[in-house]
Design a protein around this ligand. Structure first.
Ligand SMILES: *[C@@H]1O[C@H](CO)[C@@H](O)[C@H](O)[C@H]1NC(C)=O
Ligand SMILES: *[C@@H]1O[C@H](CO)[C@@H](O)[C@H](O)[C@H]1NC(C)=O
Ligand SMILES: *[C@@H]1O[C@H](CO)[C@@H](O)[C@H](O)[C@H]1NC(C)=O
Ligand SMILES: *[C@@H]1O[C@H](CO)[C@@H](O)[C@H](O)[C@H]1NC(C)=O
Length: 364
């Protein structure tokens, strides 16, 4: 079914109103590339209704400024091994949202094999928000992503709120590297009231400036990450505030990773009011020795990506007995302010190297 309503009557083949179609409401319920292209260019209020996107296809929506896009019903994608993305949205002053009953379900469980990006099936990135400007995303429900869920990249001015990413099935069905949010090379990004059940980073800020993350719940993944920073096209993280996050049953709580031998900077980062519950590996881990090729630490930190002006305030909670409460291995860090840190349950501090003086933490 195709609903394509255009305001304005064609008279003698000519549309009489000025910009006749731009106010139209348009619904897509069947995938047809040409129809979608038309709708995207003609409409400013678009509904995707129970759409099933064929296998191996990116649903590319390069929207007109000011467009409202609504997901309605169940949105699905067919199975194919490829890198994706399955959904790619670009535009300015957009509003991207979901109707109350909707679920966006790429059926990632069909790809899952416990290997994530390290082999097995080739798994597509799910949702790329590319070059978004002054846009809001709110009230979205996303289920079972094959691989990373949402990338915000090359964007300036994005507010994502009330987004629920539920890849919990991956805990028992082989989900891996199912990152919740990744932010790359973007400015002025707010993520608020976010819930993520997954098997990798809950929220990872790879690079970007003026990023605010607040009121978040993370379960089952790798916690909050900055990095890895270094070795990419853009290697700056600056002015980040992360506030009021609960991280439960995850590999890490708070993590900053910078790349061994690379250059860049991590400046003015604050985490406050973070509550950890049953963390598996590291409650707080700040490491300057990440090898981007092997994905493992080298054990030796380098000084090319200094962590400056770094505040941790009111970070509390528990690590499992087999885990480590706090791990720091950095070089050339400065101006750290840690206060009200109470992370317990794991072994004593395992590594504690490179912490600037007067930081409010000490190594015993
Ligand atoms: C997403 O869409 C934008 C704009 O159409 C394009 O420049 C970009 O390459 C696309 N990204 C991917 C990964 O397809
Ligand atoms: C940041 O982005 C939001 C969302 O588009 C916008 O409302 C706000 O004005 C932007 N702030 C700055 C300083 O650009
Ligand atoms: C540090 O970051 C915070 C939060 O993003 C921001 O409000 C503040 O202005 C920044 N400080 C400096 C010196 O830029
Ligand atoms: C510390 O953070 C917790 C959330 O983890 C919050 O409930 C509590 O009010 C905060 N304490 C202070 C003194 O701000």
């Amino acid at each position: 079914m195709r609903f394509f309503t255009v305001l304005g009557l064609p008279i003698l083949g000519i549309l009489v109103t000025i910009q006749p179609s731009i106010a139209a409401t348009c619904t897509v319920s069947k995938y047809d590339e040409d129809n979608i292209k038309n709708i995207v260019s003609e409409c400013k209020d678009i509904t995707l209704d129970n759409l099933d996107v064929p296998a191996g296809v990116t649903l590319n929506l390069n929207l007109n400024p000011g467009t409202k896009l609504t997901f309605q019903g169940t949105i699905t994608w067919g199975y194919q091994e490829w890198n994706g993305p399955l959904l790619n949205i670009t535009g300015e002053q957009l509003e991207i949202t979901g109707a109350p009953d909707h679920v966006i379900d790429p059926k990632g469980n069909i790809w899952w094999d416990g290997k994530g990006e390290h082999g097995g099936t080739v798994k597509p990135v799910f949702f790329v928000l590319h070059g978004l400007k002054d846009s809001v995303i709110h009230d979205l429900k996303i289920k079972n992503t094959p691989y990373h869920a949402i990338w915000i990249e090359h964007s300036d001015g994005v507010i994502a709120s009330d987004v629920y990413i539920d890849s919990k099935d991956g805990d028992t069905m082989g989900g891996h590297n199912t990152d919740g949010f990744n932010v790359w090379t973007s400015n002025n990004v707010t993520l608020e009231r976010i819930t993520v059940f997954n098997q990798d980073d809950c929220i990872a800020i790879k690079s970007g400036t003026n990023v605010l993350v607040r009121d978040v719940y993370c379960y089952g993944g790798h916690g909050l990450s900055i990095g890895s920073v270094g070795g990419r096209d853009y290697n700056i993280v600056e002015n980040v505030l992360v506030s009021n996050v609960e991280i439960e049953n995850s590999d890490n709580g708070v993590r900053i990773k910078t790349v061994y031998g690379a250059t860049g900077s991590v400046t003015n980062v604050t985490y406050e009011d973070i509550f950890l519950v049953g963390i598996n590996n590291y409650g707080i881990i700040i490491e300057g020795d990440y090898n981007i090729d092997t994905g493992s630490p080298t054990g030796v930190a380098t000084d090319g990506v200094p962590i400056k002006d770094f505040t941790l305030r009111n970070v509390t909670g528990t690590v499992k007995e087999s885990g480590v409460n706090i791990y720091v291995l950095v070089k050339s860090a400065s101006d750290w302010h840690w206060s009200d840190i109470d992370v317990t349950g794991g072994e004593q501090t395992k590594e504690c190297e490179g912490i600037p003086e007067d930081s409010g933490i000490s190594c015993e």
